[in-house]
Design a protein around this ligand. Structure first.
Ligand SMILES: *[C@@H]1O[C@H](CO)[C@@H](O)[C@H](O)[C@H]1NC(C)=O
Ligand SMILES: *[C@@H]1O[C@H](CO)[C@@H](O)[C@H](O)[C@H]1NC(C)=O
Length: 275
């Protein structure tokens, strides 16, 4: 009877509540390229004995800690995973100088000893990011625009990983979708991406509050990068523009008047001479 009770207890423990428990599992979401990072798989054995802790990236084992074996720690070659053996233990794995290839799905698997052989498995995605080194570039912009002009400009991000998200603002309001031209990102040999977002619209008077139209492009990546490129384009007040156009016609008209007068005078002189 007592034996049976013990078995029931073991089974209960084995099934759930008291056995092996994850205390802290941490795989950073984003790591800037070139930095080191720490993966944590901190567990409570709750009275059980540890058999092994294994780490996998995309299904391939790269680190193992087995207390009862010699050596206790083993590192396996997996592309993009540089384990710092010295700094890694059963609960913490340190990766040195992460590369773009370090990105992937990381899994920690904890296995308890016989007889229960309980396991704990947790996984998470890690993404190595390359923060763009420069501001986005605005191309194709003219110095001045008037109501009625067509605005056709591009904003291009500096190379990054993942691709930056570009946003155009017209007078501090996000540009409507129908003004945008989306182009496919360009990927270089290192795997870094460059994106371009075009802005294409017919400028109207409404785009020039207080006679100024301001166009701004921002590039952002996750939480890391949020730099802003701003271009403020000024234009004449419509009334002024009309006035200057009148001046333009006047100045075109005046010389013609003068020259026709001159021609008339010349003709008069010729006629006078002929007499
Ligand atoms: C904007 O970029 C696209 C794609 O690179 C290009 O085809 C287009 O000519 C560019 N337009 C301007 C105004 O620079
Ligand atoms: C970027 O920064 C601007 C101003 O500093 C802020 O208004 C905006 O919300 C930020 N965007 C993101 C995606 O963090």
């Amino acid at each position: 009877m007592l034996v049976l009770a013990c078995w029931v207890l073991v089974l209960l423990c084995g099934e759930g509540g008291f056995a092996l428990r994850m205390r802290r599992f941490e795989v950073p979401l984003h790591v800037p390229r070139g930095e080191s990072t720490t993966l944590r798989c901190e567990f409570d054995l709750q009275g059980e004995r540890l058999y092994s802790v294994k780490w996998y990236k995309g299904g391939r084992e790269f680190f193992r800690h087995v207390p009862n074996e010699q050596p206790k720690k083993q590192v396996y070659e997996v592309t993009g995973v540089n384990v710092d053996m010295e700094e890694s233990t059963g609960q913490v794995v340190k990766l040195r100088e992460v590369e773009l290839a370090t990105s992937g799905r990381y899994k920690c698997e904890v296995l308890a000893e016989a007889p229960a052989f309980n396991t704990l498995v947790e996984h998470a995605i890690l993404t190595v990011v390359e923060i763009p080194q420069e501001k986005p570039i605005v191309q194709g912009a003219r110095e001045r625009y008037h109501p009625g002009d067509i605005v056709r400009i591009n904003c291009t991000s500096a190379p990054s990983k993942p691709a930056a998200t570009l946003t155009w603002y017209i007078n501090d309001r996000v540009a409507p979708e129908q003004y945008l031209m989306r182009y496919l990102p360009y990927m270089d040999h290192e795997g870094l991406e460059t994106t371009t977002l075009g802005l294409h619209f017919h400028a109207t008077h409404d785009h020039f509050p207080r006679n100024v139209m301001s166009l701004r492009c921002t590039a952002s990546i996750g939480f890391f990068y949020n730099k802003t490129e701003e271009t403020a384009l000024e234009t004449h007040r419509p009334a002024l523009s009309l006035q200057s156009r009148e001046h333009f016609y006047d100045s075109l008209g005046a010389p013609r008047t003068v020259s026709s007068l001159g021609l008339t005078l010349l003709l008069l002189c010729v006629l006078h001479a002929l007499r």
